[in-house]
Design a protein around this ligand. Sequence first.
Ligand code: SF4
Length: 353
Amino acid sequence: MTTLTKESGAPTSADAGAFLSVRDLRVQFRTEDGIVKAVDGLSFDLERGRTLGIVGESGSGKSVTNLTILGLHNPQFATIDGEIVLDGQELITARERELEKLRGNKMAMIFQDPLTALSPYYTVGRQLSEPFMKHKGASKKEARDRAIEMLTKVGIPQPKVRFDDYPHQFSGGMRQRAMIAMALMCDPDLLIADEPTTALDVTVQAQILDLLKDLQQEFGSAIVFITHDLGVISKMADDLLVMYAGRAVERGSVKEVLGAPRHPYTWGLLSSMPRLNSDIHQALTPIPGSPPSLLNPPSGCPFHPRCAFRSEVPGTLCTDSRPPLGEGRAAACHLTAEQKQSIFIDKIQPRLR
Ligand code: SF4
């Protein structure tokens, strides 16, 4: 399973040797206005055959984390510290040539918008075949056979004919499937899916999610699944990392985090989401305020300006001290469960009535 780890620092003996190990990752961008701390001390592990969901609002650092794993930041603008080890290979210090060998081969990405990954100038078949020839040393015929096999697997009708189509001749759902086929051409051990179904209608979305699960079972890939949709996460992921302002604020198994959230931010995310079994007249409760500026993040707990629990904290812990994320099932909050429960009953619940 995904080994749950401490927020930062060296790996513990329990999590040594994870298939993907991220330790104290820090990603900063130099901008005209100053330094943006996009990821600020993130650690997690992921094993083969498992799916780690990462949720959080825009700007929480989810996508930056994954682009960092793939080595896709421009070193001119980004400073990256920490450790990312994939199957024993350190990626942050790897040369671009080594990363190129890994991308599309050992690790692949499915983007939200297939047009980001598919060029309009080449046929779908060519775009699937070329990386396979490059990474696997396959002949043109072998690559074509493999591409047709993968297009069949992802449910593209008449794959032999569609092999010669250009992306614009595919529907949105078919392009998404073609991109998944492209990502899986070389049997990647690590698949990073960044909002892969957000742009699709619910029926196609459900088909694509089922497809990804089936393919994971077949190939045993590890998947990092990024989304803001907690419904999708509950279907797809084994474990969950909730990110806020570039940091992990809660983690645990999906069942634990969604069933009994411990961080006020996770509660906020859940309360702002419609549920099938909720009363249609019941109002959703959005999280007040907006995500903080990463140029000048708040002191102490980064969630404190939006947190309904903060004023009840004795002293000034919330505003002055950054709460650490403990090991295992954990939330980065200064308050105990009992303290939060009593604040909820005394102060928050009356406002909801
Ligand atoms: Fe809210 Fe304080 Fe907990 Fe941060 S540490 S989530 S501000 S109660």
